[in-house]
Design a protein around this ligand. Structure first.
Ligand SMILES: [Zn+2]
Length: 314
């Protein structure tokens, strides 16, 4: 019998940035009518994207900033309904995403454009809207990069509100993709291994990560990636949480794993440093009072959640 009692009442995944999407998608039961109905529904709301940024309307008092525009507001932002995808419905109305060719630099307060990472950390939007934005960003990117059939080269067409593309020539159906990435903290007793990507801000160290490859389990991907990036051999692997990561359409799948060797051999194509840290040092990094200014990524990122969960387990 599976004993669910030892599990946390609040799922760790629910505490990650971009994880709060509450829209009901119901893609399984859609036909071609739902998008048409949504586009004529006066209560419908639209997320408006330009490239990899989304438009936000700041509120006067700093709270209640808004990503959801009504039809007139969306059209005033040059939203193109030909690109509309039906993300789903909330309690009251459909929520759609569209792209706009507008020059985002020309936006004037209270309007502003945010890339999704900055928006997540801005504190301007609810967890539910952050989740909807992640879904929209990933799906719009997928449509933009799958305009033609991969089998015969004919222009493909969005179907069922954007949850599928069909080839009118050969009948190929393709579905929005999600790329699985394993992200993991190798630990051994009171120590863990963290690395530094050359793209990180100064002083940051974080978990290791990499794409799952074809024909591979997640656990095998954890062992392979840790070995490739750090030279550390991994024994047992335990799942912790996942996080939608819309850059462009990734699912981060987070693990703690058991380091069973000690010597670090750095893969300098991926990392500029990788080393062991003891628990006290990592606690200070999370608390922001490390004497050398070392730090971990912000909370809401699964990397920091994995690190924090290890500290709290001690
Ligand atoms: Zn085709």
């Amino acid at each position: 019998m599976i004993d669910f009692n030892p599990m946390a009442k609040i799922e760790p995944s629910a505490q990650m940035g971009f994880s709060g999407n509450r829209l009901i998608r119901d893609a399984e039961h859609r036909d071609e009518t739902q998008l048409e109905d949504a586009l004529t529904n006066k209560h419908a709301r639209y997320l408006v994207f330009g490239g990899n940024k989304v438009i936000l309307r700041h509120s006067d008092n700093g709270s209640g900033s808004c990503l959801r525009f009504n039809r007139d507001e969306m059209e005033a932002l040059d939203g193109d309904v030909q690109t509309a995808i039906l993300l789903g419905t909330d309690e009251s109305a459909p929520v759609l995403a569209v792209t706009s060719p507008l020059d985002l630099e020309s936006l004037k307060e209270p309007l502003a454009a945010y890339d999704l990472r900055s928006l997540l950390y801005s504190g301007h939007i609810t967890d539910a809207d952050a989740g909807a934005v992640a879904q929209a960003g990933s799906m719009l990117h997928w449509h933009a990069t799958n305009q033609y059939c991969g089998r015969c080269g004919t222009a493909s067409m969005a179907r069922i509100g954007g949850f599928r593309r069909d080839c009118p020539e050969c009948g190929l159906r393709i579905f929005p993709r999600t790329d699985p990435v394993v992200i993991m903290l190798p630990v051994s007793g009171e120590r863990c291994v963290m690395g530094r990507s050359p793209h990180f801000p100064a002083g940051w160290y974080s978990t290791l990560a990499g794409f799952v490859e074809p024909g591979e389990t997640m656990e095998a991907a954890v062992r392979r990636e840790v070995q490739e990036e750090s030279g550390i051999h991994v024994g047992r692997v335990r799942y912790h949480a996942s996080q939608p990561w819309p850059f462009p359409h990734t699912l981060m799948i987070g693990f703690h794993c058991e380091a069973v060797s000690e010597k670090i051999t750095l893969d300098d194509n991926e990392l500029e440093d990788c080393r062991w840290f003891d628990r006290d040092e990592v606690s200070r990094m999370l608390a922001g009072d490390h004497p050398d200014g070392l730090a971990c990524p912000p909370l809401k990122a699964i990397s920091s959640a994995l690190i924090k969960a290890w500290i709290e387990s001690g």
